[in-house]
Design a protein around this ligand. Structure first.
Ligand code: AMP
Ligand code: DBH
Length: 544
């Protein structure tokens, strides 16, 4: 990668990771080709809505065809392409085509709207944007029109599956793919950070480092060629993509089944029909599925492993998973920046239900430090810092932010507050970063505050987490109206934020108007006191 775009591993570390066998010089393009040659007829991807069952040979052929189409449109190595697709088969066709030519997918989520998409397109100087025509009643073509109007570099919009643009793209592809393939240490894609700043940060991942995280995850989660992974969460999110996720499953030669919706009513029949062996869920969904599993008529006995992560899973809920599904719970505490921790399949039950696991790699370095970066006593609670063979050394094009988010010797400041149990397992105790974890969907407080502040009748705003029995946390905004401004209602703020084109999960669940914000001893706004106040209001009027 260009040193201007993001810091990478110093050469002594890179050599060590290669010598240890973590980085093996594979790329995603070669990986799919090898699998297709080894077992062409085995099914790789199932999309039940479109009634698609692509074999490895078919996926490989389609990726090649689309790669040639992208090249013919002058989309080449290093170009950024914003990919915003729901859980459809084309997701894999598109990303493997881009991997193959070394163009970089920028992984947007289906929930993102105009504000986020325009930002991704502009900031990455994306040359193309790939969407589905419609999903969940939302027309992405309108979003594309807005994104296009707002950016100079965006040359193409491709609508997956569309008999127009997308098929035309494929038609161009008469010539075989001829380009210099990416190197294993090149960037493969830009993943999104949940972040804690005004705008989302982009996470540069290389073929080498990401593929290592897949191989490590597969070993730990028991994924092999017999595995059938149900992709329930949005396919582009780091958890269902890589822990071990759909890419881990394809690496192992297994089968990926795309779940169009996360509800038990949709997922359970698919588990039965396709013989799903593992899947990954965020805690609110895990709770819902656990309840539904005890009463379902569907045969879920093929399910061996249920991964739960993205937000803290309560011990109580964790205890119910095994009995309800007759499978092994695997807690996963990961981040798109890198480090992923898993409880092991053969860990004692107590460890599985009370910890968030331990790192994938013996070369994952974990430090737990106090506010002054001093390592705390073993077992004490502190800030988690980490460095390792699949954890980035810096965000993409963000030097100022990198100076704060990484230590001088390259440790990533996760913003998570943890302790390490004597067994080496990590317990997540809280969070120091200014973020709300809304059932696994991360919301940067500052980002929402900036949007509320744009309202003409708002003087100041602070956004904090408040407890929610289902989501764990939800978004609460404290707002000081501008003096003399007309009457303002919570709904006005919510609508204003929504109409600015922000993903729905970032729109405040509760808005409270106040005259002043509580302050700390030195006169700073006390988010801690605001959180306490929000918890109190949530307890008094949970549905406000
Ligand atoms: P992101 O940086 O957006 O990929 O989000 C990663 C963050 O999600 C972590 O730093 C944690 O704050 C949170 N997270 C992920 N998994 C868990 C888990 N099992 N328990 C608690 N927090 C989690
Ligand atoms: O929350 C996450 O970002 C996450 C959770 C579990 C993740 O990135 C992962 C596993 O890889």
């Amino acid at each position: 990668m260009s040193p201007d775009d993001a810091p990478t591993w110093p050469s002594d570390f890179a050599e060590r990771y290669r010598a240890a066998g973590w980085w093996r010089g594979e790329t995603f393009g070669s990986m799919l080709r090898e699998r297709a040659e080894a077992h062409p007829d085995r099914i790789a991807v199932v999309d039940p809505v479109a009634d698609i069952r692509w074999s490895y040979a078919e996926l490989d052929r389609r990726a090649d065809r689309l790669a040639a189409g992208f090249l013919a449109r002058n989309i080449t190595k290093g170009d950024r392409v914003v990919v915003q697709l729901p859980n459809v088969a084309e997701f894999f066709e598109v990303v493997f085509a881009l991997f193959r030519i070394g163009a970089l997918p920028v992984f947007a989520l289906p929930a993102h709207r105009e504000t986020e998409i325009s930002y991704f397109c502009e900031f990455t100087e994306a040359v193309a944007y790939v969407i589905a025509a419609e999903h969940d009643g939302y027309d992405y073509r309108e979003l594309a029109a807005k994104a296009r109007a707002g950016t100079d570099t965006l040359r193409h919009v491709f609508v997956a599956g569309d008999p127009g643009a997308f098929e035309a793209l494929v038609d161009v592809a008469r010539a075989p793919v001829s380009c210099v393939p990416p190197r294993p240490d090149d960037l493969a894609f830009l993943q999104l950070s949940g972040g804690s700043t005004g705008v989302p940060k982009l996470i540069p991942r290389t073929h080498d480092d990401y593929i290592y995280s897949l191989r490590g995850s597969n070993d730990i989660c028991g994924v092999d060629e017999h595995s059938v992974y149900l992709c329930v969460l949005p396919a582009a999110h780091n958890f269902p993509l890589s822990s071990p996720g759909s890419l881990g499953t394809l690496y192992a030669g297994g089968r990926v089944v795309l779940c169009p919706q996360p509800s038990p009513e949709v997922a359970f029949p698919l588990i039965e029909r396709e013989g799903v062996t593992l899947t990954g869920l965020v805690p609110p969904l895990a709770l819902l599925w656990t309840q539904a599993a005890t009463a379902t008529g569907h045969d879920l006995s093929s399910l061996d492993v249920l991964l739960v992560g993205g937000a803290k899973f309560s011990e109580e809920a964790a205890r119910r998973v095994g009995p309800a599904f007759g499978c092994t719970l695997q807690q996963v505490f990961g981040m798109a920046e890198g480090l992923v921790n898993y409880t092991r399949l053969d860990d004692p039950d107590e460890v599985i239900v009370t910890t968030q696991g331990r790192p994938i790699s013996p070369d994952d370095e974990i430090l737990v430090v106090d506010d002054e970066d001093r390592v705390v006593a073993p077992g004490a609670t502190g800030h988690l810092l980490t460095r390792g063979p699949y954890t980035i050394r810096g965000y993409w094009r963000a030097p100022e932010h990198n100076a704060r988010s990484f230590t001088e010797d390259g440790f990533y400041r996760t913003g998570d507050v943890v302790r390490v149990a004597p067994s080496g397992h990590i317990v997540v105790e809280g969070r120091a970063k200014d973020q709300i974890n809304r059932g696994g969907e991360k919301v940067a407080a500052e980002e929402v505050e900036n949007h509320i502040l744009a309202h003409p009748s708002v003087h100041d705003a602070n956004v904090v987490a408040e407890p929610d029995p289902y989501l764990g946390e939800r978004v609460c905004a404290y707002v000081i109206p501008r003096p003399g401004a007309g009457p303002l209602k919570p709904v006005d703020i919510k609508r204003f934020v929504r109409e600015r084109g922000l993903a729905a999960y970032k729109v405040p669940d509760r808005v409270e108007f106040v005259d002043v914000f509580p302050q700390t001893g030195v006169g700073k706004i006390s988010k801690k006191d605001l959180r306490t106040a929000a918890a109190r209001s949530a307890a008094v009027s949970p549905n406000a």
